[in-house]
Design a binder for this molecule. Structure first.
Ligand SMILES: Cc1cc2nc3c(=O)[nH]c(=O)nc-3n(C[C@H](O)[C@H](O)[C@H](O)COP(=O)(O)O)c2cc1C
Length: 333
């Protein structure tokens, strides 16, 4: 996929989320929106290069456009990992400069890299050199006691000089000491104004905003205000029907709006194939629990599906039973 097409598809993206945006989740999300850019969970460069963990890169052809997110801080290792990802067929390779988890800090990558923009520039330059697909960055506005208004322009200046033309900014700091990864997604205050200021300062850079966005209306407002893209994480996962079913029509101006029931039915062949190759029902259906969020019967759908799908040998009959709860008990809550 060429860079121009990717730019337009990046008007909306579903954030990379460890344990959540695995290949089953992305397959589901792709059925819900043909256009939204999807991201993998973070895969570490050492796992790919030293551990040969290429099974982590498995994806289905329907997932395009799909970006893989890498974690790492060694330019040569990231370059090799990027090459492997591009050869595997990913449309984009993204470098994680935003994740504050302990595991990631111990490897000296993720958000801590906000402190070493020259190293990030070396990393992305090596990745760009090594692979033919677009290399992008997902970052924070700063970490710890950094002054975002001072360091973010310097950071963007360096990564764009190194050849990156698209970044996603999670509009809050990460506090590397004292907050858990989860708290780091809620407690540091959001500063959307700074992201708008970065767009004004770097008009040629494609900038997506991320953090705390919970509706398509909010996403559209950011686009209307001049940002190039919006990345949504938790809301896309927990309320996928609100975010993704209308995304093609609202954000991209075209496409069919499916119902959640249609999506469930379209998932059946995929689930059957997964079961046939020895997979467990729950591995796929755990990502489907939010499909009916806000609708009568949603609670029953979640209960029947989450309890039934973990039983050994559980099959499509559990999905049928859960669907009956929402389609035939319209007055239940
Ligand atoms: C369960 C979970 C796992 C996450 N894993 C990653 C990750 O692997 N890489 C990354 O850059 N961000 C990760 N994030 C952060 C999200 O990509 C996103 O930046 C954050 O959730 C803020 O967006 P939101 O408010 O729309 O959820 C994760 C978030 C969650 C909830």
């Amino acid at each position: 996929m060429d860079a121009e097409h990717l730019k337009s598809t990046a008007r909306l993206s579903v954030a990379p989320m460890m344990e959540w945006t695995d290949r089953h989740c992305r397959y589901l999300h792709r059925l819900m929106s043909a256009k939204t850019l999807l991201f993998t969970e973070m895969v570490t460069a050492p796992a790919l290069v030293r551990g040969g963990a290429t099974h982590l890169l498995r994806f289905d052809a329907v997932e395009h456009p799909v970006a893989v997110q890498l974690g790492g801080s060694d330019p040569a290792e990231l370059a090799e990992a990027a090459r492997i990802c591009a050869d595997t067929g990913y449309d984009e390779v993204n470098l994680n400069v935003g994740c504050p988890s302990d595991r990631v800090q111990s490897g000296a990558f993720g958000a801590v890299l906000m402190k070493t923009p020259d190293l990030v520039a070396d990393c992305v330059a090596a990745m760009i050199e090594a692979c033919a697909v677009e290399v992008t960055v997902k970052c924070r506005i700063g970490v710890d006691d950094q002054d975002p208004a001072a360091i973010l322009p310097e950071f963007l200046d360096k990564v764009s000089a190194a050849g990156v033309s698209r970044v996603t900014i999670h509009a809050r700091k990460a506090w590397l000491q004292g907050l858990s990864p989860k708290e780091n997604r809620d407690i540091p205050p959001l500063d959307y104004d700074l992201v708008h200021a970065m767009k004004a300062a770097f008009p040629r850079l494609h900038i997506s905003v991320n953090g705390g966005i919970t509706s398509l209306e909010q996403a559209q407002a950011f686009l209307d205000a001049g940002l190039d893209g919006v990345m949504i994480g938790r809301a896309a996962y927990h309320t996928p029907s609100d975010i993704l079913l209308a995304a093609d029509a609202t954000i991209y101006g075209g496409g069919i709006v499916k119902t959640p029931e249609q999506v469930v039915n379209e998932m059946r062949p995929y689930i059957a194939a997964h079961l046939a190759e020895g997979g467990r029902l729950h591995q796929v259906t755990r990502h489907m629990l939010g499909l009916f969020a806000g609708r009568p019967g949603a609670r029953h759908w979640r209960r029947v599906l989450s309890q039934g799908a973990t039983a050994s040998g559980a099959g499509l009959e559990v999905l049928d039973a859960a669907l009956t709860e929402v389609t035939q008990r319209p007055l239940a809550s």
